[in-house]
Design a protein around this ligand. Sequence first.
Ligand SMILES: [Zn+2]
Length: 234
Amino acid sequence: MGARCRKLTAAKRFFTALRTQSIKTLYAMFSDVEGAKTITISTPVYWFPSSLLVAKEQLIVSSLKCPQCGSQALEIVTQSVLPPKTSKYPIGGDQFICKCNNCGYQLTVNIVFREPEPTESALSDFDFVYDSLLNAYSSSMIPNYFNFITTLSVILQDFRNNDPEDLYKILDKILNDLSLLLASLEAKSDQVTSNKLKLLSLLISELPEDDFKYIINRSSGKIRHFLQLLRVRA
Ligand SMILES: [Zn+2]
């Protein structure tokens, strides 16, 4: 029990550090774009093709503000690929032509692929995508559960195929988040927390058998009971 708590705390600290780092990097990337016609953002590619990268690109573009009016209302009009710079990936990146729904301004966003720095990890990108999706979906009155589960399940499959070691760190994170959500719902019940709990519960209930077993074996007490109820059909 003690060892498990220590492990969870260490995992939490690890993910908090990653989260802080990824947010800082993002702020640096998105600052100083007033009046820009083109924004170029480089992103590390850990494997290719990657559904993690696709989700990250969509989130980056949707988080950008219009360089003319400042509203977060950019809509992707067309998407194309950039020519390859090295032989490592078949394309050099993606290009998004966006139009502001508020003032009509047109902005080109180039997302250029590059090799990861030694300090970067696919987990950091996962963290950014997972947190952004969980926050976005849980803030709707009725979350689109299907889209959330589909997107994340495909990304987890991506990790399983390309970076299985990190998949287990992700499963630890999901279990840790589930425990925190269950504890905070006991203290006070609010819509966003209960939506997050539903989203994560459904994601866990759809995990492949081995991953579900991994999570349930690392849980105990109330959490374990909660997880067993999720999987009565199994
Ligand atoms: Zn605008």
